[in-house]
Design a protein around this ligand. Structure first.
Ligand code: FMN
Length: 155
């Protein structure tokens, strides 16, 4: 059977955020999950064709001035209209690296995905405050949950 495609679009401008993105990707690539192909891209690389081909999407961003990163916003600006009619119902998850509270960042992403009518599979993971090693485990878990659910047809 054809593998389902999981797209990860994450802005990772620092060592810590790159670790989180890599953790999500490694969780999604768990050796027990073989029905899913994982495609991790920077928001600047990802475009409408990647979104149209995806069965599920994991979004990642830093908190920048209480909003999503400009990189993720640029991604949405480019994919919004080309994908609006075609991707309604797409399951997605969101992780945020926030030095402060992440609330505005969460709202900024949710406003756009609500417009797209994508479907959250769980509450956003907000890796908040000083960096903790726990964040890495939580990101592995997020990637694994999404990929396992996609493989099992739960979403
Ligand atoms: C324009 C700009 C605005 C930023 N605003 C925030 C912010 O509001 N809160 C925050 O925690 N970090 C802010 N940052 C820092 C980045 O989000 C930072 O790369 C990220 O928090 C990485 O965390 P780390 O220190 O764990 O690597 C900002 C960065 C830029 C370039």
């Amino acid at each position: 059977m054809a593998k389902k495609r999981l797209l990860i679009v994450a802005h990772a401008p620092s060592t810590n955020t790159a670790r989180l993105r890599d953790a999500v990707e490694s969780g999604a690539n768990h050796s027990d999950i073989d029905g899913v192909s994982v495609h991790a891209m920077s928001p600047f690389e990802a475009g409408p064709d990647d979104v149209l081909a995806a069965h599920a999407i994991i979004l990642g961003t830093t908190e920048n001035l209480g909003y999503m990163s400009g990189a993720l916003k640029d991604f949405f600006d480019r994919v919004y209209y080309p994908c609006l009619e075609e991707t309604q119902g797409t399951p997605y998850a969101l992780f945020i690296r926030a030095g402060h509270d992440g609330t505005g960042t969460r709202r900024s992403v949710e406003t756009i995905v609500t417009g797209l009518r994508w479907r959250a599979i769980q509450d956003p993971l907000i890796c908040r405050g000083d960096f903790q090693e726990d964040f890495v485990d939580q990101c592995v878990e997020l990637g694994m949950t999404m990929a396992a659910g996609l493989e099992a047809g739960v979403f």
